[in-house]
Design a protein around this ligand. Structure first.
Ligand code: C2E
Ligand code: MG
Ligand code: MG
Ligand code: MG
Length: 290
């Protein structure tokens, strides 16, 4: 337990140190300018139930740097987190996603969208109220927004995090616990976080069909989550066999390249329209991963 705590402390330290190299500082300035210019995009990846119904979409940020090309989110998210740019990025992502949700709703597409938020956001004073204000401005009901958090929100000032999360759920926003199983003392966190959904990390899902231990971990996670009244989504589902295993283990929904990779807004609209009432069918050709 202590060792894991130490290890996550070291990770944070390294991210901060990396944030100070000239290369990263340059990239950070470029990201700031890209946000100001509206040059950062959101793509959307569907979450589907085993009967094919579209349960929601996850908004995933995409940044194409003018000289370096695509920068992976994991890279610039950690940079934004350790530099103070995170609130600006989250504001941008929430605005963009809510604007898109409002347009979809106006066109008769009522699909909930999940936005990833970082521990930094949850510790920003007034965050819950700001989210409620944005929902109202866009005329989007709180039930159409989900926020994905990780267990890391509890690392620093767990009481403030709990207050913010209670504020958000009080406004009607649904919370989802992302990357479940990768943090420390997950069971304790599950009891303390007001989440209604749990997402099993891709690292357990990827080898589910070939690794019995991973399959057991997934089975226990699904059972535990259900006994706490939570929905379970598996991330990173890439093939039919994994899909079938997850269905048999009682998982509620899947997300992954088997169904669709994250798509630009127009493509997402077309994807949603094509599924209409019938939902996604497993025999359709899966689009190439982005
Ligand atoms: P995440 O929230 O766990 O998102 C799932 C990641 O898995 C995404 O990576 C997605 O593209 C990828 N993925 C989905 N299906 C598959 C699959 O079948 N196979 C494989 N190998 N990968 C799959 P992405 O878009 O690179 O994002 C990485 C992480 O960056 C996200 O992990 C999330 O933690 C963070 N992130 C992305 N967008 C945002 C954002 O707007 N705000 C914040 N704070 N974090 C974000
Ligand atoms: Mg996520
Ligand atoms: Mg995840
Ligand atoms: Mg992840």
């Amino acid at each position: 337990y202590q060792a894991k705590r130490d290890r996550s402390g070291v990770e944070l330290y390294e991210a901060r140190r990396d944030g100070n190299t000239p290369d990263r500082l340059g990239l950070l300035g470029d990201l700031r300018r890209a946000l100001d210019a509206g040059d950062v995009e959101l793509h959307y990846q569907p979450k589907v139930g085993f009967d094919g119904h579209v349960a929601g979409l996850e908004a995933l940020v995409r940044w194409v740097h003018p000289e370096r090309g695509k920068v992976p989110p994991d890279e610039f998210i950690s940079m934004a987190e350790s530099s103070g740019l995170m609130p600006r990025l989250t504001e941008y992502v929430l605005e963009t996603a809510l604007g898109q949700v409002a347009r979809w709703r106006a066109d008769g597409l009522e699909v909930p969208v999940a936005v990833n938020v970082s521990p930094r956001d949850v510790h920003t004073p007034g965050f819950a109220g700001a989210v409620a204000g944005r929902l109202a401005r866009h005329g989007v009901p709180a039930g159409a927004l989900q926020l994905e958090i990780t267990e890391h929100v509890l690392l620093e000032d767990p009481q403030r995090a709990a207050d913010t999360l209670a504020g958000l759920t009080g406004h009607g926003v649904k919370m989802s616990l992302d990357d479940f199983g990768t943090g420390y003392s997950s069971l304790v966190h599950l009891r303390r976080l007001p989440v209604s959904e749990l997402k099993i990390d891709r690292s357990f899902v990827a080898r589910l069909a070939v690794d019995n231990e991973d399959a057991e971990i997934v089975r226990c996670t699904v059972d535990l989550a259900h006994s706490l009244g939570l929905l379970v989504v598996a991330e990173g589902v890439e093939d039919d066999e994994t899909w079938e295993r997850l269905r048999d283990l009682g998982c509620d929904a899947v997300q992954g390249w088997l169904v669709a990779a994250a798509m630009p807004p127009d493509e997402t609209t077309a994807w949603l329209r094509a599924r209409g009432e019938s939902g996604w069918r497993r025999d359709e050709p899966s689009p190439a991963a982005a």
